[in-house]
Each structure stands twice: as C-alpha cells, then as structure tokens.
Design a protein. Sequence first.
Length: 257
Amino acid sequence: MHQRSGYDGHTHTSFSDGRNTVVENVRAAEAVGLECVAITDHFFEPGEWFDRMLAGINVARQRCDVHVLAGAEVVIMNTEGEVSIGPEEAHKLEIVLADIGGRTLGIATDAPSTKARLLDNVTTCMVNACQNPLVHVIAHPFNLGRFPLPVYITDIPKTSLRSIAQAFVDTDTAFELMNQMHWWFPDVPVERFTRDYAELVGLFAAEGVKFVLGSDAHSAGAVGNLRWAVNLVQLAEIPPPQIVNLGKLHSESGGRR
C-alpha cells in the first residue's frame, strides 16, 4: 500500500449542496492519495439527514483507506458569534467550520448603511465566532465580496485584522485557506486577489495563527484540489508548524472548549 499524505478539510456531499455521496467523495480522496478528508456539509438546522450523514461517514470509513472526519460547515448567525448548530449535534462531530454567509445578521442581511460600520460588525463577528466553543475553524475568512455592501480585502484596517488574529490565537481557532476563495470576488482579477489575500494571510501568520487547507469541493472530482491554497501557503510564507495536522485537530484540542 502506498504512502498517503495531505488532507482536504472542506468537502460537501449530496447531504447538502454537493453532487456526490459521502463514499464517492472519500473514494476520490483515496484516489488522489490523501491521508484524511473532512465531510463538512452545510448545517442550517437539525434533522433526520444529520444521522444519515453520520451513518454514511461510518460506511465510508469501513470501505476506504482514508481517515474520514465527521464535520459540518455552519453559519455565523450574527455579530455575537452564534452559529447554526447546537451543542448536541456539534459534539457528535470532529470538526466544525463556521462562516459568514447569506444569513449572517449585521453583515449579509440587515447590514449597516456605511462601510465603516459594516467593518466594525465584521471585526466583532469574527472575534466572537472564534470565542464560540463549538467552532474549530473559520471557513474562508473575509469572504465579503458578494454581499449587498461588498467589502474587499484591502478595505479592512490592519488594526482590525490584528485584533481578529489575536482572537484566533487566544482561542486556538484555525483559519481556513479555501482553494476557491477567489469566487467571492468575481470582479477582481485572480492574480491581484491572490497577491492581496496572501498579504492578509501573511499578517495572520506573523501573529501566530494556525491554518487549515480545504477545497470546498462540491463534487468528488474537486476533492483534493488544493493547488491555489498550497501556493498561498508559500506566498504568505506560513511556517510549516502553523499548518494544522487535521487528523489531530480535534484530539489535540480535547474537544477544545
């Protein structure tokens, strides 16, 4: 059996908005030589689907030569950092990713009329989300380019970024380097966005923040596609010890909080 390495920390299946089954995603991870893959379907509210997803993950673990993490991508609901999953469901998972999404009050909905106030909300939201005991990873941080009042990476003051970075460090929350991050900024050339985001990520790395890599795959064919994220690691000069060993993320944290 050949040596496996690497992981994909963010994939979706047909239990949310992905195209393929859990087993198909995990087989794809096996095919490209990954050691670990996280199933992180969107969690908006509890339901019977959740137990079926967990059962599907158990089947995949029995059939495939890949370590499979049970996870979810949840929405940060408001600037207080509340999320769309409760403790009962979250404690059944090994990894919880939280993102600012279309349901985030104060940012995507019911947003302030001025960019200055919106930026204050973003800072408050990110800090409070890091402090939420259910959250392990902030998914695609600063994905603010498609909301009613778009915010670009360079709009965010460095003082705010450092405050957010300190919250990541203080709570041992990981920052996701998501391979399709450019999607959130459709009017910005990819080369420019990559340069600007690498500068932002470099600031977080200099503060000691830890990082997780994910594809945000919505089909089995995209599982393990991390080329842009890996390039970002190099451009931002992230020290290797600050790239989380995803297979140990939950066990090292002891449930974390």
